[in-house]
Design a binder for this molecule. Structure first.
Ligand code: AMP
Ligand code: MG
Length: 403
């Protein structure tokens, strides 16, 4: 059985082989969060476009503003002001952060290091040439590539694109991810379930995880545990870029997902992973479409999505697979887990930095809905560990949406 790292690698390898250029669309810069860029973004001019003051103070010739010197202030420049004249020798000009330093001036002295008396400014420290302004063109040249094709657009990249006037961006279309839950007991979330029925929470969490990963969810509802229903709904799902099923992949008599997929000609790259929860996770391909069959217990579905489906969505988006958000924390309570599989235990992390402490939640296993809302991470217990003591440093997989 593959370890979760091997299974993840398998996904990256298989989908990576098929990675090609994606169809593109024009997206307004303000709406492009999470898209993958399909063009270069270049600077429209030099940055900064003028010598930009980084402090409120006085623009001077550094040689004039010696410690104890007094210079006459001949004017003021606010951010956005047009600067029409050079600085005159033996004078200074009051200047604000973000304003253009007048020609000739080679330093800005912070207002805190001066004393003003009418038109006279006394300098308490010697100015140093180059101080407190960013020289014209020093951040970026005109026509320089700042964002490369294939980059994922986060808020900083969007700010950069906006700064250089890229109001619309050519982006790879987000991969469409079909979501199909399975199970005779599953009913829509807006219905009143019978006593032995369960509302379809997996389709909701999966759609949210697809969005977070950068895909477009396509909700196909639920298939009953019957071959005919599975067959027709799976066939519909295979029309999208990726198909994600939940439930029906365990050993039960009515776990028919693999059987139906096999009859439809699917090949499987793995159908079990040495993890808990999530062991029966399936990854394969049917026709040209990659697919996942995730176990139906809500926590299993969430964990296996993060481990295996998220990198698939990355690659299908035209980007590289992002690393798992795994960090370290101090264990707040001892743990004793069966060795042989890697455990992902819903847990709550509190505190900052070295003080960060994590406690595994009391839960009734991977179907425990009540435990779900309290977890902000999962403690990762390696397959070779059995007992972990209080205070030990452990790996935690952070929930991406709470990072
Ligand atoms: P399965 O993987 O089909 O054996 O399902 C495992 C458990 O997860 C069962 O208790 C199911 O009722 C539950 N389950 C399956 N699908 C869903 C779903 N879409 N939403 C919520 N719970 C589910
Ligand atoms: Mg089921």
């Amino acid at each position: 059985m593959l370890t979760y790292e091997q299974a993840r690698q398998k996904v990256i390898e298989k989908i990576g082989e098929k990675k090609g250029p994606r169809a593109t669309e024009q997206v307004r810069v303000g709406d492009a969060l999470g898209y993958v860029l399909a063009q270069e973004v270049k600077t429209d001019r030099e940055y900064p476009p003028f010598n930009r003051a980084t402090r409120d103070g006085y623009a001077v010739f550094a040689a004039d503003a010696k410690a104890g010197a007094t210079l006459k202030c001949t004017g003021e420049i606010k951010a956005g002001d047009r600067v029409t004249r050079d600085l005159w020798a033996e004078t200074c000009v009051q200047i604000m952060t973000g304003a253009a330093v007048p020609s000739g001036a080679d330093a800005v002295v912070m207002i805190e290091h001066t004393r003003r008396d009418g038109d006279e400014v006394r300098f308490e420290r010697a100015a140093v040439a180059g101080q407190n302004f960013v020289p014209h063109g020093s951040e970026a040249r005109a026509g320089q590539t700042l964002l490369a094709s294939g980059m994922r657009l986060g808020y900083a990249e969007l700010a950069l694109a906006a700064q250089v006037g890229a109001a619309e961006l050519k982006c790879a279309q987000k991969p469409r991810v079909a979501i199909l839950s399975t199970g005779d007991e599953i009913v829509p979330v807006d219905s009143i379930p019978g006593r032995f029925q369960i509302r379809n929470s997996n389709s909701v969490s999966l759609a949210a995880q697809v969005r977070l990963a950068g895909g477009k969810p396509v909700l196909l509802g639920n298939a009953m545990d019957r071959e005919d229903d599975l067959f027709s709904k799976i066939r519909r799902g295979l029309q999208e870029d990726l198909l994600v099923l939940s439930g029906g992949v365990s050993m039960g008599k009515y776990d028919l997902v693999e059987k139906v997929l096999k009859e439809m000609g699917a090949e499987f790259y793995f159908d079990a992973v040495a993890i808990r929860p999530g062991k029966p996770a399936v990854f394969g391909k049917c026709g040209e479409t990659f697919l996942f069959g995730l176990p139906g217990n809500p926590v299993s579905t969430m964990v296996t999505f993060e481990l295996f489906v998220a990198p698939a969505v990355d690659l299908l988006s035209g980007a590289d697979a992002r690393a798992l958000p795994i960090f370290e924390a101090r264990l707040g309570e001892a743990l004793n887990e069966r060795p042989g599989v890697t455990h992902f235990l819903p847990a709550r992390m509190e505190g900052q930095g070295a003080e960060r402490e994590v406690k595994v939640l009391k839960w009734q296993g991977s179907g425990d809905v009540a435990a779900l809302g309290k977890a902000n991470c999962y403690v990762v217990v390696p397959a070779e560990e059995e007992e972990l003591a209080v205070g030990e440093r452990v790996k935690i997989l952070l929930r991406r949406d709470l990072l």
